[in-house]
Each structure stands twice: as C-alpha cells, then as structure tokens.
Design a protein around this ligand. Structure first.
Ligand code: PMV
Length: 339
C-alpha cells in the first residue's frame, strides 16, 4: 500500500479566465492572473491510497462518497498515467486501484475557487503517488481550468497558449509571495450555498451568446495582462486595484450579457462594491480593491497597514457573525462571515 496526503490553496483571479476555445482540453480564450492564498488557510486536503488489495476505485468529497467515473477525474488520471515511468521488472503501482479522500476547509462551489484548490491538490497528490516529475499545471488544467494556477504560489499567470493540443497552456509563477509581502486578502462570505450556474455551463453559454466576450478576450485582456504584470512587479497598489476592480466588473458584465444571464452578485455584493469605492474616495487614495468570481462572496485585496482600520469600518457597515484571522505566511487571508 502507498499513501500520500497533500494540501493545495485557493487562488483568486485578478484578471479573470472566462471562456474556453476547447472544452475537452480546457483551453482558455485569454490569459489570466491570480494570487495563490496561503496554503494553511483556505485549502483543499487530499489523501490518496493505492493498494493491490482494493477491489474498486473510490472517491470521497467532504466526507460523502461520490461517483469515481467523472469525466474530469478520468481525464486527469488518463493524462497522468501517460507521464508515469514504468519499470517492467517491478510490481506496477499504476495497476492498483486507488481511494481518494478530499476535503475543503471552506464552502464548496460557492464561487470561492474550491474546484481550483481541489483539482490542484488531486493532481499534486497523484504526481507524488506516481513519482511524476516536471510541470504539472497542464495536468491540473484538465480537472478545472483555474486549478493550474494553484500549482504555484504567489502571483501566477495562466498563459492561454497557442498549440491546438494544449501543450503550451500552462501556469507560470510571476513572483513568489515574498515579493509583495504586505499584501493581504479579506474574504467577505456573503452566502455559503452552492452556486446556481456551474462555471463550466455558464462559460459555454457565454461563449455562444455573449457578444462582449470575444471583444474582451481579443482587445481588452492582452493590454490588461501586461499592465497587471507591471503593477505587480512595481508593487503599484493603486494600478493593481484599478485593474482588479475593472476586470471583476467586466467579467460580471459578461455574465449579464450571457443569454439567459447569470447573476452571481447579490444585493450585499453590490453594496460591498459601493462601499469600497466610497471608502477609497473618502481616503483620497486607493486602499482596497474588490474582486468576485462566479459567486456573491467578495475578495478584498489591501495592504497590511490598512487592515485594522478597514476591518473596523467593515464591522460597522456590515454586521458580522464570525471572523477568522490567520496571518501566517504567503498571502494571508482573513475570512469574515457576513450575516
Ligand atoms: O476553473 P473554473 O472552471 O472553476 O472557472 C473559474 C472562473 C473564474 O473563477 C470566474 C475566474 C478565474 O479566473 O478563476
């Protein structure tokens, strides 16, 4: 029997991925950039056991047994098995059945990048189980596109690539977490329930119905990506925040331009957006930026010296019923449950 356990963190996109040019290979229509959060905070934890005595493959997700025959899991396994070095003289672990047990320490499928952490963790654990060397971001991509960015820490770019087989659609680290050591993320959990539109289905509908989507991918994102890379490199918070908020708003505009539309933001999400702009205006400088993925929960980026004042103001404006503070290393996160 062989057992491996790994953890992988969530990543939060600041230039969003939305739209696939190839659904099977999970190839995006634009580059994207994210930051990977601290591995000890919002993360997925996966244990994989392989044994010649297991009669079946099995999968448990957050304590619940799930169907193993899921297309994305099968794709990841198929691709991983192509990279396994097999020594014919030894008993081959690749022929053993496996039991996978994965859990998230945060709400699953509530637009908090749970699939990114989950698939990054799964692929990382499988790579360890089968001793696979080299870049594995392309393997994680086959599980969930954004998962490829959680393979690396710090600031990460997923290059969309040009090759039809997806061989150059990989994640690269732009800068380690230590580069912008005072960057902080505050997550405002507006709603923990599972999202109505899965990102896979919504992206497909956007591809076939939104006229804004290709304009964004072709004419707006390329310049935004290079501006964002420059802002991160220079640690220019005002520029970083401006690009982050505009890109989040544009992504949600595309969701609205999708037909039928996908509404991910709710009243509370919108009032957080207004609050951030009012707060920055009041301070006469940009101190905080919001971004939202496919869900109503807000991710706020700010710098360490603003955190305590910002939290005090958030506490006044939005009633909270729980707060979890864990500043460790990497890009630390604070999660606040809004009632
Ligand atoms: O990787 P998916 O299929 O869960 O898509 C994620 C898409 C967004 O989270 C909305 C944006 C992003 O770049 O992470």
């Amino acid at each position: 029997m062989k057992i491996v356990t790994c953890i992988a963190p969530v990543n939060i996109a600041v230039i969003k991925y939305w739209g696939k040019r190839d659904n099977e290979l999970i190839l995006p229509i634009n580059d994207s950039i994210s930051s990977t959060l601290d591995a000890n905070q919002m993360c997925a934890k996966t244990t994989i056991m392989a044994s010649p005595n297991f009669l079946d493959n099995k999968l448990w997700l957050n304590g619940q047994e799930e169907n193993f025959d899921q297309p994305r899991l099968k794709n990841c396994l198929k691709e991983i098995k192509k990279r396994i070095y097999t020594d014919e003289s030894k008993e081959n672990i690749v022929n053993w059945n496996i039991h996978i047990c994965s859990e998230n320490n945060f709400p699953t499928a509530a637009g908090l990048a749970s699939s990114a952490a989950g698939y990054a963790c799964l692929v990382f654990a499988l790579a360890k189980l089968y001793n696979i060397e080299g870049d594995i971001s392309g393997l994680a991509r086959r599980g969930s596109g954004s998962a490829c960015r959680s393979i690396y820490g710090g600031w990460v770019k997923w290059c969309k690539g040009e090759a039809a087989d997806g061989s150059d659609s990989l994640a690269v680290q732009l800068a380690p977490p230590s580069h912008w050591a005072d960057m902080r993320v505050i997550i405002l959990v507006v709603n923990e329930s599972r999202k109505k539109h899965s990102s896979t289905n919504a992206m497909k509908t956007s591809m076939s119905t939104s006229t804004l989507l290709t304009t964004r991918a072709e004419t707006i994102v390329p310049a935004r990506i290079s501006d964002m890379e420059a802002a991160i490199k220079a640690k220019d918070f005002a520029k970083f925040a401006d690009l982050t908020m505009r890109d989040s708003n544009q992504f949600h505009a595309i969701c609205l331009d999708t037909y039928p539309p996908c509404f991910y933001l709710n009243e509370v999400s919108r009032s957080i957006i207004e609050f951030v702009h009012e707060y920055n205006d009041f301070k006469e400088s940009t101190q905080v930026a919001y971004t939202y993925d496919a869900g109503p929960n807000a991710c706020l980026y700010t710098l360490e010296n603003n955190v305590s004042e910002l939290l005090a103001v958030i506490d006044e404006v939005f009633p909270t019923n729980a707060a979890r503070e864990e500043y460790i290393k990497g890009i630390p996160v604070k999660t606040i449950q809004l009632s």
